[in-house]
Design a protein around this ligand. Structure first.
Ligand code: R2B
Ligand code: URA
Length: 263
């Protein structure tokens, strides 16, 4: 899953080329597309989740229920996205070890029935290793580290180029970003903590694979060209495609694919 419906479609199309090269027309979305776009290609669902944790959590719940009633086993949820790198140059792929809130705490805080509830947001360590290996196999620059998930792209991520005058200065911002880097954070986006918490509570192995589109230790604005940004997102998708191929190859050698009815 990833934010954009266009990327969900292009990822589904790429997967179809791998799984079923004889089919020439691009995959059709399943159901309505006003809120989310969802495609099924072989044993993979490619879906968009919109921007930010609220819309993503709705998709995560609904797909989890769907998979439960479908009897799906050994499910993995992988978010593919863009992010601001912290010390990572544009184009670097960051595999998240854990989602953290803007306070740098490794939890997602939800307000439920008027109460603040905190849920751990660690991601699956085995999947981190597999995804880092997959990136190396296709020679894409990769690092693993913690990911801050915020509720805002501008002030929530310490930017100084938004529409509102922030209370903090450039010096305060750099102090915070450096503190985050020293704590092991490697990027900032808008979903990591909620994603990690959902996966842990649902007992679903979860991973986040984001490209850096700006190194926040060097600035707030995205200066890469449209073409470069497109390539960064494609690289994040390629890492996940490689991982999926590795998982299916391992399944095939265990004859699981046959037993699960994928062929
Ligand atoms: C990264 O990019 C989006 C904001 O522009 C958001 O979904 C995220 O996490
Ligand atoms: N997405 C974010 O949320 N932040 C960035 O800096 C880049 C992409």
């Amino acid at each position: 899953m990833g934010g954009s419906p266009v990327r969900a479609a292009s990822f589904a199309d790429d997967l179809q080329k791998h799984f079923d090269p004889s089919v020439k027309s691009p995959p059709e979305p399943v159901g309505k597309t006003e809120r989310f776009s969802l495609y099924k290609v072989g044993p993979v669902i490619s879906a968009s989740h919109g921007i930010g944790t609220p819309s993503m959590l709705i998709l995560m719940h609904e797909v989890a229920k769907l998979l439960h009633y479908a009897g799906a086993k050994d499910v993995q949820y992988i978010r593919i996205g863009t992010s601001g790198g912290i010390g990572s140059e544009p184009g670097t792929i960051i595999v998240s070890t854990c989602g953290v809130m803007g306070t740098l705490e490794p939890v997602y805080e939800a307000i439920e029935l008027g109460e603040r509830r905190r849920y751990g947001a660690d991601l699956d360590a085995g999947l981190v290793e597999s995804l880092v290996t997959a990136a190396k196999e296709i020679s894409v620059p990769v690092v693993a580290g913690m990911t801050i998930g915020t509720d805002d792209f501008y002030n929530g991520q310490g930017r100084l180029d938004g529409a509102l005058k922030p209370w903090y200065t450039e010096e305060d911002k750099m102090g915070f970003l450096q503190k985050a880097y020293n704590a092991g954070v490697r990027n900032i986006e808008m979903e990591a903590a909620g994603f990690g918490a959902f996966c842990r509570r649902a007992g679903i192995r979860g991973a986040i694979v984001c490209c850096s589109i700006v190194n926040r230790l060097k600035g707030d604005q995205i200066t890469s060209t449209g073409e470069q940004l497109g390539q960064f997102s494609v690289d994040a998708q390629r890492v996940v495609t490689q991982h999926i191929k590795n998982v299916l190859a391992a399944c095939e050698s265990r004859q699981d694919v046959k037993r699960a009815g994928y062929e």
